[in-house]
Every structure is written in C-alpha cells, then in structure tokens.
Design a protein around this ligand. Structure first.
Ligand code: UDP
Length: 309
C-alpha cells in the first residue's frame, strides 16, 4: 500500500514493545487494509507490525521524554519536534484521519495538523495526573486538545476521569477498554506450566508468584521484593525489561537484590519475554504491584485469561 491509499495513519513515538504498542498492534492489524503506521523510533515494534502484515515506516526523531519534566524544551528539542511534526504531516497526506497512540505523538500530530488539517484521534493510554505528568505538560496537552479538536479514546474510566480533571473536555472522550486475544492462553496445553518450570529450574512443588511489567519504579517491584523478604518459602518470576532510558539502573538494582540473600535462589529476573501465557501458567499467583494508578493494566486481564488469581 502507498501512503496515498491509506485511510488511517497511526502514529506512535515508541519503537519498543510496551502495553500501548501491543494494543496498537492489535488495532493496526485489524485495520491493515485501510491503514499504515508511522513510528518515530526504530525498534522491535516495527518488526512485530511487519510480521503481522501491517504497512509501517520509521522516521527517527531523537525525542526526549515529556512526562514529569517541567523544563521548557531547548533549541535542539524544538528542532527535533519540528522535524517529527513535518514527517507526520508528510505521512498524513492521503489519510482521512490521524490516530495518535501516545501523548507525545498526539502533540506532534497536533502541530502537524496545523499544516495537514487532518482530523485527530488520541488513544489515551496514560493517566494524565500530577503523579505522572508535570503541570506544564498537562497544560500543553490541554491546550493542544482544545486547539486541535481531538477526539479522545480513553482505555478506562479512570483514564477518562483523570483527563477531565486535568481540564479535558468530557464530551470529546469515549471509554473503550482494551480487547485482549484469549487464544494464546486458551491454546496452551495442560502441562505448559510444568514444562516452563522445568526449563527455568523452578522447583515443581514451589509456590510461585509472577510479576509481569516493564521495569520502572512505578510498577512497584520494590513492594513485591519487600514482601518476598519476609516470605521465605515463596518463589518469584519477575518478567519484563527496562524499555526506556533511565530504567537500566532500576533493572540493575532489582537484579542485585534478586541475586543476594534473602531472595537469592528463589527469585528469577527473566528480562523481556514473548511467551507470557506459558510463564503465567508456571505461576500460582500473578502480582500487580503498581504504586501509582494504572491506566488499564493489560497484565491483570492476561492473568485472568491464564486462570491465575
Ligand atoms: N509484556 C510482555 N513481555 C514482558 C513483559 C510484559 O510482552 O516481558 C506485556 C504484557 O503481557 C502486557 C504488556 O506487556 O501485555 C504490558 O501492558 P500493561 O498495560 O500491563 O502495562 P504498560 O506497559 O502499558 O504500562
């Protein structure tokens, strides 16, 4: 498909595979005959989309994080943002609408929209609250939403309510929960969990809790590790990678803690994995320990699909 034939241009700033990207992968796969994806960073997300037959292009733009920083952007950041907005405007040529999958891609698409004039959808997968976003960034998002007339799809009522509390227009927000394909969980054979334990070297009779999330402090691994400190018989699988810059130190901290007493020998930090259903089957319980409000929490639904409390 050429750019001109696309009805929907999906835009995501991330090239890594977080929950937002996995959800977009399902939507873009469904619309692959009518849409294409523009990513602002290279990475495994591009390969996943291609493997699913989705038309995808990458325009790298060296954008920093926008979440909690209150600093105003410097000249280099402004130049990068303008380049990214220009690539979105070019890619939007021929599209009927531009669908943004993150706050950053929304801001850039709103800027691009000044030139391209395409209607915007922002699939909001973040809680836009003071805990996650600075006052400056909440203000910029609010103004961009007003000026662009964007329609917001919120992935939960909590996400919608936080946006309205941040000054968003409730009449332009629609709550649509993430759909998660049950097939990979339903198709597992009965002994998949036992086989996974044997592969990992986890004792067959151990009581195992599993944590499934990217490695970021707000996902609350420290809370889980504190609990494990005082529960000597309990084993743990910690699944997920450090996706974004600044998270590597946190990963090192968790690995060091898992390798030392009292957790050594019963805590496995496995990194990012693609076999989540089999890993969940190897657990007795899945723990979700986020210390800030979770916008949706795909892993909670996945644990239910895996039949694990
Ligand atoms: N996930 C994965 N591999 C990992 C860790 C997590 O594929 O090693 C998946 C997990 O199964 C879930 C998603 O990443 O589908 C995380 O989504 P969630 O909404 O829970 O958190 P987010 O990353 O969006 O904050």
């Amino acid at each position: 498909m050429t750019v001109e034939q696309a009805d929907i241009l999906f835009v995501d700033h991330a090239g890594v595979l977080g929950g937002a990207e996995l959800s977009l992968a399902d939507i873009a796969t469904h619309f692959r005959a009518r849409g294409r994806v523009l990513l602002l960073e290279a990475g495994p997300f591009e390969a996943l989309l291609r493997a699913r037959g989705v038309s995808v292009s990458v325009s790298e733009s060296e954008l920093g994080t926008i979440k909690k920083t209150s600093r105003l952007p410097g000249p280099r950041a402004i130049a990068s943002a303008l380049r990214a907005a220009a690539s979105i405007a070019r890619a939007a040529h021929g599209a009927r609408l531009v669908y943004c999958n993150s706050p950053k891609s929304f801001l850039l698409a709103a800027l691009a929209g000044l030139a391209s004039g395409r209607p915007l959808i922002w699939h909001m997968r973040d809680i836009i609250s003071p805990a996650h976003f600075s006052a400056v960034n909440r203000g910029v998002l609010r103004i961009a939403a007003r000026v662009s007339g964007v329609i917001v799809i919120a992935n939960s009522q909590a996400t919608a309510d936080a946006w309205v509390a941040a000054g968003g227009d409730r009449s332009r927000v629609h709550v649509v929960h993430n759909g998660i394909d049950p097939a990979p969980f339903d198709l597992l054979h009965a002994s998949a969990g036992h086989e996974m334990r044997a592969l990992l070297g986890v004792p067959a009779n151990a009581f195992v809790v599993g944590s499934f999330s990217r490695l970021h402090p707000w996902k609350g691994h420290r809370v889980l590790f504190d609990a494990l400190d005082s529960l000597p018989g309990i084993h743990a699988l910690v699944v997920g990678g450090a996706l974004f810059s600044g998270e590597l130190e946190y990963e090192q901290e968790l690995r060091a803690r898992a390798d030392a007493p009292p957790l050594a020998g019963r805590t496995w930090v496995l990194g990012a994995r693609h076999d989540i259903p089999a890993l969940m089957a190897a657990c007795d319980v899945v723990v979700h320990s986020s210390v800030l409000p979770e916008p949706f929490g795909r892993v909670v639904v996945e644990a239910q699909l895996a039949g694990r409390p």
